[in-house]
Design a protein around this ligand. Structure first.
Ligand code: GLY
Length: 379
């Protein structure tokens, strides 16, 4: 067979973003060795583009398994980043800064109160703030608005620094990461292993394969079908503040946010665009989330523009992650569809996939199993 390496890996992970690297790291913590295959730069599609918000409550409109999964992953963050920092000396700039979700107008207040009612039943530490109190929590909010919910335990992490620390740790643990490998097809070998074919003409063999290729997951041909994940582009920018005056992440409608980072950068985002795998930054896109700031936090619009960029979020048909084994291809696992929450869900995804590979089960993943999209009848 053309390009067959001859060696056989225990586990091959396809995708060197935050999700693939977290899975490799969690496997390594359990003494399991994996090999990561990355098409381009590690973290290049979504991780480096992410604002790094760790905010479960704002990312769903109802209680349920998805919110539980996000809250579980948030609870894993302090130990995860501490372990990485201890091992590598690199800080991912994790901060449990607190998050504010703002109701701009009096007519938005009722919806915010309804959200507060069900969320506070889950977490009594949440606070409903009048504008003055919210302003005292976040000095950037000098403009007019009605009220806000304060989530004291949520926060953010610097995603590019997180993946740098994760890569540093994987390198110390001698977990190989091969770049420039675009995986095209997974095929059972007929002898209980899987063959991983790439576009460069290579073929590797592994006992288990995890597909964690983010927004490009559906480009990989797997037995019987493809995984239905599509890219949703997000434009985003960063401004520089002369000091660290700003403290909390703030969400504002329709889907805007700003994230004051520990180094004084303030990240402001983001659009949601379905335009294939194209990434672009447009004045109209930036205006979508900058315009509301003129009445909410006008000072941010006066800060020097540092950088604009865009990235690709991987979205499944029901906007929920796809986590666990392929229903009919033994040894093949999927970790995809993380959409708006790949950074937040990275630690729990690492645990779930390591549980599947090590123990053959993970109760946490039950509502997110791939079989909802990959059943025989669907083909
Ligand atoms: N998590 C924020 C975003 O996807 O824009």
């Amino acid at each position: 067979m053309a390009g067959r390496t001859g060696s056989r890996d225990e586990v091959i992970i396809v995708g060197g973003g935050i999700v693939g690297c977290s899975i490799a790291w969690h496997l390594s913590c359990r003494g399991r060795r994996s090999r990561i295959l990355e098409r381009s730069e590690p973290g290049g599609l979504a991780t480096h583009a992410a604002a790094g918000i760790l905010g479960p409550m704002n990312e769903t409109d109802s209680p349920g398994p998805f919110l539980d999964l996000m809250r579980k992953s948030l609870s894993l963050y302090p130990a995860f980043v501490e372990a990485l920092a201890e091992e590598t000396g690199l800080s991912p700039d994790f901060s449990a800064s607190g998050i504010l979700a703002v109701a701009p107008r009096p007519e938005d207040r009722a919806a915010l109160l309804a959200r507060f009612a069900w969320q506070q039943a889950l977490d009594p530490s949440l606070v409903f703030c009048e504008a003055a109190e919210a302003r005292s929590l976040e000095p950037a909010l000098t403009g007019e608005f009605d009220s806000a919910i304060y989530y004291p335990d949520e926060g953010h992490v610097y995603a590019p620094r997180l993946i740098k620390a994760l890569l540093g740790s994987l390198s110390r643990r001698r977990i190989p990461l091969e770049q420039g490998i675009t995986v095209s097809r997974i095929v059972p070998s007929g002898q209980g292993t899987l063959l991983v074919h790439d576009r460069e003409g290579g073929c590797r063999e592994a006992e288990k394969v995890v597909l964690a290729a983010g927004a490009l997951l559906s480009d990989i041909e797997i037995p019987g079908t493809r995984i239905p994940v599509s890219p949703v582009s997000g434009q985003i920018l960063a401004v520089r503040s002369p000091g660290s005056f700003y403290r909390r992440v703030v969400f504002y409608p329709p889907h805007g946010y700003f994230v004051p980072k520990l180094d004084g950068t303030v990240v402001i985002g983001a659009t949601e665009e379905t335009i294939g795998t194209r990434t672009r930054v447009t004045p109209a896109g930036l205006m979508e989330f900058l315009a509301p700031l003129s009445s909410l936090a006008p000072g941010l619009l006066e800060l020097p523009l540092h950088h604009t960029w865009s990235g690709l979020r991987p979205k499944s048909p029901d906007a929920l992650p796809i986590l666990g084994p392929h229903p009919e291809c033994p040894g093949l696992f999927i970790a995809g569809g993380h959409y708006r929450n790949g950074i937040l869900l990275a630690p729990v995804t690492g645990e779930i996939l390591a549980d599947w590979i090590e123990e053959g089960a993970s109760p946490l993943s039950r509502p997110f199993l791939p079989d909802r999209f990959l059943k025989t009848g669907d083909r």
